[in-house]
Design a binder for this molecule. Structure first.
Ligand code: NAP
Length: 281
């Protein structure tokens, strides 16, 4: 099938491009080839390439930056999602929008179901939720995949930051009161492909299995990468940030199992394989 991928140079976009290119005709564009906030450009590109599906991995992902640059955040994460939905509807194409655990407020103490009430606390989460709505209000031929705590070889992320700080400073503190599910972009790209091939529209929670705190994640990744540094847990209060993060944003991947798709492997297996590079060859 013909697959149009936006945000193709992002960390998820690169793995999506790799995974879908195996047996599909892929057009992979980032902002320099297709700015998704430009409705005319989007319409022209979609008409010309005539994809069966548009996979939108483009986003304004700087969570703190969203608080101070609301206009850019909503333009890329929300308005542009509507642009893609409109162009898709005109051409009979499907759309997959990658969304986030930050649509939830994090006050739950059990994993969030796809059907649970959303209540984003920050601008990033609000703009992504608006992006979901901009899509669902235009077409029924959609997939929304909410994911969390992404890391991959092709971008800057928590894993690389922790390694860098640990090597440079030899000691670091990491928050131990926010819990979520670290998710490897290569695993996510493969699961997105399964979802699309399975063909059941709707909203999916898609993360590696299990959960941990950022401190526990840092501990495991430093152990696996053999970096000897002094790592200490701390509270979110010690590191005030412009955007409030959900304290608990574990996602129950219920829709996947309801359509007969297997859950993603445990996060510890995924981060091990990220370091070994065994799945990347
Ligand atoms: N990262 C996470 O932990 C996380 C967690 C949950 C959900 N998600 C979602 O997962 C998806 C992928 O995230 P990611 O970490 O792979 O993001 P990323 O690495 O920041 O990649 C996003 C890409 O989109 C591009 N982009 C920005 N504005 C654009 C525009 N107007 N037109 C076309 N492309 C544009 C970016 O280009 P520039 O770099 O030049 O701006 C970048 O290459 C996003 O939808 C994100 O919201 C991410």
């Amino acid at each position: 099938m013909r697959v149009l991928i936006t945000g193709a140079k992002g960390q998820l976009g690169q793995d999506l491009t790799k995974v879908f290119s195996n047996n599909n005709e892929v057009a992979a564009y980032d902002i320099d080839e297709l700015d998704i906030t430009d409705l005319d450009a989007v319409k022209n590109t979609v008409k010309e390439f005539n994809p069966k599906i548009i996979i939108n991995a483009a986003a304004y992902t700087n969570v703190d930056g969203c608080e101070s640059d609301l206009e850019a955040a909503f333009k890329v994460n929300a308005l542009a999602s509507g642009n893609l939905a409109k162009a898709a509807a005109l051409n009979g194409a499907q759309v997959l929008y990658v969304s986030t655990d930050y649509v939830f407020d994090g006050t739950s103490d059990k994993p969030y179901l796809e059907s649970d009430a959303v209540n984003p606390e920050g601008a990033y989460g609000r703009s992504k939720l608006e992006g979901e709505q901009a899509l669902t209000s235009v077409t029924d031929k959609y997939y929304i995949t909410r994911t969390a705590w992404l890391y991959g070889h092709g971008g800057s992320n928590f894993v690389k930051t922790i390694q860098k700080v640990a090597k440079e400073k030899g000691e670091l503190k990491v928050v131990d009161d926010q819990r979520g599910s670290p998710t490897y972009t290569l695993d996510l790209a493969q699961k997105i492909k399964e979802i699309v091939e399975n063909g059941e529209y709707g909203t999916y929670h898609v993360t590696n299995s299990g959960s941990c705190t950022w401190y526990e994640f840092a501990k495991e990744l430093l152990r696996l990468s053999g970096i000897d540094a002094k790592l200490e847990p701390c509270d979110t209060e010690e590191f005030p940030r412009p955007a409030k993060r959900p304290a608990y944003s574990v996602l129950a991947n219920e829709k996947l199992s309801s359509v007969g798709i297997s859950p993603m492997r445990p996060w510890k297996e995924a981060i091990k394989s990220y370091f070994e590079g065994t799945d990347d060859k």
